[in-house]
Design a protein around this ligand. Structure first.
Ligand code: URA
Length: 200
């Protein structure tokens, strides 16, 4: 991908980036978190999923999408043969890297605030540069705002291919929203199919 990050984060490798996130005190979320939630999956994957922020389970376990929304996400990915457990020997098209816009849980799972998103953005941008995914799935409003810099509704943005630093990016609903609005799962499935088709 084209370069996304500027500033000190721009030259960090994986260990340096992980350490910088773990030590981050750039916003007040550092005061309420149990731990930071960096990302999970393969560091060289064709798929990259971007969610919103850690919830209660993620904050406790230090891994993204391990609660109910995460189970749904894992099931959706399994349906297209993609797994966060896919390893080195596996086809890179089955590998995924999963990260959030925010690396710290907002208190009581409130929405991320613009300042928090802005402070945390270089970490996600550097993760994208290091993974070099072939497709990004932006799930939910905050992933879309952070990556595509628009506050247009998901319903308006989905169904076509966007670009983030040159990487094809598909917009879809957040899995937690799908749990509340199961009828939208059909649309989310269409979005996954568009992503598969774009990956070729
Ligand atoms: N929702 C998210 O957006 N990310 C997580 O890691 C868990 C729930």
């Amino acid at each position: 991908p084209r370069q996304l990050v500027t500033g000190p984060v721009a030259t960090m490798d994986w260990p340096a980036l992980r350490a910088a996130v773990a030590a981050c005190t750039a916003c007040s979320l550092c005061e309420s978190r149990t731990q930071t939630v960096f990302g999970v999956g393969h560091q060289r994957a064709h798929w990259m999923i971007v969610g919103e922020a850690p919830g209660e389970q993620e904050d406790l376990r230090g891994e993204p999408f391990v609660g109910k929304a995460g189970q749904l996400l894992d099931n959706m990915l399994a349906a297209i043969g993609v797994s966060r457990q896919a390893a080195e020997g596996d086809d890179p098209a089955r590998r995924v890297y999963i990260a959030n816009v925010l690396k710290c849980r907002p208190p009581a799972n409130r929405n991320p605030q613009p300042e928090e998103v802005a402070r945390c953005a270089p970490f996600l941008q550097r993760q994208i540069e290091l993974v070099q995914p072939r497709i990004i799935l932006a799930m939910g409003r905050f992933a879309v705002e952070s990556l595509l810099h628009t506050s247009d509704a998901i319903g308006k943005l989905r169904g076509r291919v966007h670009r983030v630093a040159g990487v094809p990016t598909i917009v879809s609903y957040h899995p937690a929203y799908l749990l509340r609005s199961p009828l939208e799962k059909a649309r989310a499935w269409d979005d996954l199919c568009l992503a598969l088709q774009t990956l070729g």
